[in-house]
Design a protein around this ligand. Sequence first.
Ligand SMILES: *[C@@H]1O[C@H](CO)[C@@H](O)[C@H](O)[C@H]1NC(C)=O
Ligand SMILES: *[C@@H]1O[C@H](CO)[C@@H](O)[C@H](O)[C@H]1NC(C)=O
Length: 267
Amino acid sequence: MQRAKLTSQVLLATAILYACLSPAACVYEAKILAFLQEFRMRMCHPIPNLGLPALDPLQLGPAETELNNKYLVDFTGSIDNFQLHGLSDFDVPALSLSPVPGLKNTINVTLPLTYFKSLYTAKGSLAYILNLAGDGNAETSITNFSILISFRLRSVSPLAISSLQIELRLGGLWINFDNLMEEDRINDFIHALVNEMGVELLGDVWDYEQGTVVSKVQAAVNNFLGQYSLSDIIQIIIGGDGEGESAPIFDGVEPDCKPDATTTPQD
Ligand SMILES: *[C@@H]1O[C@H](CO)[C@@H](O)[C@H](O)[C@H]1NC(C)=O
Ligand SMILES: *[C@@H]1O[C@H](CO)[C@@H](O)[C@H](O)[C@H]1NC(C)=O
């Protein structure tokens, strides 16, 4: 959660940088895409200057969580050896940023294939009816995930965004959680349900929860932006004034994460 937030912060900081440059000097989309390419090439390493762990694969755990009686769920769970793959295959099919406060900025990021594998446990009950007996491997893969973010700049100083909108789209979802439900038949049913209908189900959940999530994200982003001055953010993204040079933010981190993709950025 924290890490996903950091990633979106980087994207937003990138966007804000563009948005705050003078219109005359505003042919910066290429520069931002170049920055993202530099970032992509390093996502298999931690990037200390951004406070980021290695993001592809992203490894988590061991970790435990507990959820009592929230939404009728009584739950204790844990993960270990969690590995998420595919974040660095992101593509940015749309990037349209307006330097004028009040105009709409749009970013579309797509992920062709992301998947995770983990050891997990999930014990508890759903609505006191279904018993969870989860223990073993958990795997999930998501194809053609895309997120469309649009926002407006409220003003230039202090930096803040408004009218944040987030649209999600999912091509396919597949899950396999060993022994998730105590009863085999229910276990098979749940897997079949998610694997047949997951895309629609998630779409409904997103439609239902979107309002709260979006306002929380907007508050978090503005909180983040509030700590920085515009020149800090320009410094973070562009660093020195060198054309085509990688920003100092990447100092000491080798761009060697995509040995097959060095000549074809959008494979
Ligand atoms: C993002 O762009 C891709 C490619 O143009 C498109 O297929 C996808 O639907 C867009 N995502 C959203 C959420 O609009
Ligand atoms: C994902 O997108 C690609 C290209 O847009 C398409 O060929 C493929 O069928 C899609 N896969 C799924 C599972 O939606």
